[in-house]
Design a protein around this ligand. Structure first.
Ligand SMILES: NC(=O)c1ccc[n+]([C@@H]2O[C@H](COP(=O)([O-])OP(=O)(O)OC[C@H]3O[C@@H](n4cnc5c(N)ncnc54)[C@H](OP(=O)(O)O)[C@@H]3O)[C@@H](O)[C@H]2O)c1
Length: 154
């Protein structure tokens, strides 16, 4: 599936490096097909030497020459992606979640539980959304739209 493609790994931390090692040692990709990025610049040379392909600090540059992106940063971090890439990633994520609901017929809450590890990143994000009263804000938005729509007829 990856053969002949260029892969950019944004976030060469624990996961990014492990995935890169696995892809190269398993023969899925040559090191020349890979680029990686990190946030801090102090260890760029060391990381490049360790993994055998260029590791830089510019996500835009890494993304520009890539066919496939691997996001390996902590979820709450801003990765400075070009707007078009960020828009596509967000749209694909929402589309993927919607498809899972439609294709499995399962309740969204059950699908959410499937990807929520106890004490993991997802539950931390969910807690922040609950703090911001996201569910109540969305429900109120629907209520308000319904109220306004009812007034249109009169
Ligand atoms: N570790 C695990 O066992 C594990 C297991 C399953 C899933 N995950 C998930 O995998 C993801 C990554 O986890 P991890 O353990 O690999 O984290 P990590 O070791 O902290 O690595 C994150 C990497 O992202 C880089 N980074 C941060 N902001 C960036 C930016 N704006 N642009 C480019 N790179 C940036 C960091 O750069 P610096 O090094 O310069 O700070 C760091 O190298 C998380 O979503 C985590 O939940 C991890």
């Amino acid at each position: 599936m990856l053969a002949g493609r260029k892969l950019a790994i944004l976030g060469m931390g624990t996961m990014g490096r492990a995935l890169a090692r696995g892809l190269v040692s398993g023969g899925a990709l040559e090191p020349a097909a890979l680029r990686g990025t990190v946030l801090h610049t102090e260890r760029l040379d060391e990381l490049t030497g360790e993994v055998g392909f260029p590791v830089g600090a510019s996500n835009a540059e890494a993304v520009a020459g890539a066919d496939v992106l691997l996001l390996c940063v902590k979820p709450a971090r801003m990765v400075g992606l070009p707007r078009a890439v960020a828009t596509e990633l967000a749209a694909q994520t929402v589309q993927g979640a919607a498809r899972m609901v439609l294709e499995t017929g399962r309740h969204p809450a059950a699908l959410k539980d499937d990807v929520t590890t106890p004490a993991g990143c997802t539950i931390s994000a969910l807690l922040a959304l609950e703090d911001g009263k996201l569910r109540s804000v969305l429900a109120r938005g629907v209520q308000e739209a319904a109220r306004a729509a009812a007034g249109l007829g009169g």
